[in-house]
Design a protein around this ligand. Sequence first.
Ligand code: SAM
Ligand code: SF4
Length: 325
Amino acid sequence: MLIDTFKRKIDYLRVSLTKQCNFRCQYCMPDTPDDFFDNTAISLPKLLEFIKIAIDNGITKIRITGGEPLLRADIAEFIAGIYTHKNDVEIALTTNGFLLEKFAKSLKDAGLRRINISLDSLKAERIKTISKRDALPQILRGIESAQNVGLGVKLNMVALAQTRDEICDMLEFGRERGILVRFIEFMENTHANSQLIALKSSEILETIASRYKITPLFKEHFGPARLFTINAKAKDGRAYAFGIIAPHEDDFCASCNRIRLTSEGVLCPCLFYQDSVNAREAILSGDKEAMSALLKQAVFNKPEKNQWSGEELKVSERAFYHTGG
Ligand code: SAM
Ligand code: SF4
């Protein structure tokens, strides 16, 4: 079992499969050249060996992310490898949805259970502005395909001033389809568009409260969101729930159960900090003892809190497409 120095049980590994992406979201990597190629990414069979060791050390939940993880052509084999090693490990994936229509069935067949799809707007022009890709129809088809093959779907929307008028529409979109929508507070980082105006959780709640009565629920299982219901029914007849991910709030880190692995084999104890443990050589050489020791070191190094919370706003230098947001 992996326990950090603040007595948090670390059972959740997020793995970034690539720094590459087919979008250029304003809050993530707006200035990365179109032809950027991730030439340091480790092969998926080698990353899989690390993941097996992490599972043997007590990791029970794995989220595959990036960059855009569906750019790795052998991703279904990778998931099948995790599933075959231990079939009760929760395997989930975060994607921008652009290639999902093509992959949904093979991912489900491989053992994927849940998928988070990023959807920042329901207006084609706005998606184009935010992601620099005319992608809305493909994302919508990806969402539909994921639901059709039986994947558990959640939607992530980074809450921006420019899309504030769509927050309630997004809730209705999720409600009609039986999908949980989670609004994410923008996390300030040096790679994002500095002109971006983002919404805090209080502003998101105010916007929703202008149309619905909100009731706080509890914190999400297997996720960092606080959940709420609105006074409108979901498909199953219960009050429809939505989530807010608010890393600027003071208690956000108290229940953090995660550690991250980048595509080049670097372990990151916290999304905010540059601090990391380099496991690249151990992974490339397949040194199991070293991989296990480095994982424990990264857990030991985990800081108590990020620095988005607190009085003074701090900006992270870490690129999310690198660490795996
Ligand atoms: N490309 C995939 C996607 O967009 O879903 C996976 C990687 S992306 C880095 C993972 C999640 O991080 C997405 O939901 C994205 O919206 C979110 N994200 C990226 N940069 C962010 C930022 N600066 N603040 C808050 N969320 C961010
Ligand atoms: Fe790509 Fe995801 Fe970053 Fe957008 S948030 S640029 S889709 S990695």
